[in-house]
Design a protein around this ligand. Sequence first.
Ligand code: ATP
Ligand code: MG
Ligand code: MG
Length: 355
Amino acid sequence: GSTIGILGAGQLGRMLAAAASQLGFKCRIYSDVPGPASDVAVSTTIGAYEDLDKIAKFAAETDVVTYEFENVPVEAAAAVQRVRPVRPGLKALEVAQDRLKEKQFVASLGLPIAPFAAVAGPADFAAAMASVGVPSILKTRRMGYDGKGQAWLRTDNCLPRGFEIIGEAPATLEALVRFKFEVSVLLVRSIDGEVRTYDIPQNHHDGGILRTSTVPCVLPPAHQARARDIAGKIAEALDYVGVIGVEMFYVGEGPEPLLINEFAPRVHNSGHWTMDACAVGQFENHIRAVAGWPLGPTDRHSDCQMTNLIGDDVHAWPNLAAEANACLHLYGKHQARPGRKMGHVNRLSPAGKGR
Ligand code: ATP
Ligand code: MG
Ligand code: MG
């Protein structure tokens, strides 16, 4: 079998490596810190993402390289690409790691998105306030995750206070969306451009962190088709290879029932239910795509609710391990810090029987 390189050592890398191993691949990890993926890969190279020589040497020991988080510097991915193919490509990485570029890209495709504006810093907000106004959310352009680097703004003069919360970094201001609920599209695209999508989960967040993803969701069929169509257009425009997760707000009736929130150029937390409710889950399909294999089926054989185990939630593992029809996944992290994703549980029920 051949060897897949993964940039990043988090839990997504761990589950990618486990899926790859099932298909006879070996995985090598490159990361600036050891992490949950290191335990299941054949090797972990610890190095800075700025150490382009080290990254190139790492790449030479693999056949193809993917990434498990979107904040890998584009220069690092470019250094890999001089040696081995990087899938998904550099464009997906470059666009998705910068909220402003991401929103501009989505808008340039004519796809639906809430009003937004760039804000360079606390002194530059008159234009953004004039065009977006309040209520709105100030978000750092880079490095935000799990709702970190965000400040909710409710009054006209509160932007300086927003920057106190997020720090003095370039930001975007976006209108607060009064959504009915959140959904995401998990789409996989092969090297030949074949596209498959999983069923659309309904996602519930708590304090900015994904709590549950549930399938099936109650999105009307026509709007599900629209959601898939939107994700397909993004993947096509990026010449994407692998799994992409596109987060959307469902706003309901009207000409545009869905607004794009953001997309992740990788396997996505809201797709973790596919591991147990589908014959081929998102991790295996990502590996298949980047390895140039045919895609696997994305059909769902069970209804499922995925619940993240965040922080101290993980201490309930003995009960979860004993629960009928509950598939437990633990990431092997040593410390259960508040807000830290420690594992997840997929609760299955027969398809179509409701919950
Ligand atoms: P992730 O962990 O998904 O990468 P993130 O830190 O990049 O999260 P977002 O997805 O931008 O953050 O926001 C986190 C959550 O905050 C969203 O899923 C949604 O519940 C809420 N949220 C974000 N932006 C908006 C908005 N414009 N209107 C209403 N709610 C929002
Ligand atoms: Mg995000
Ligand atoms: Mg998000």
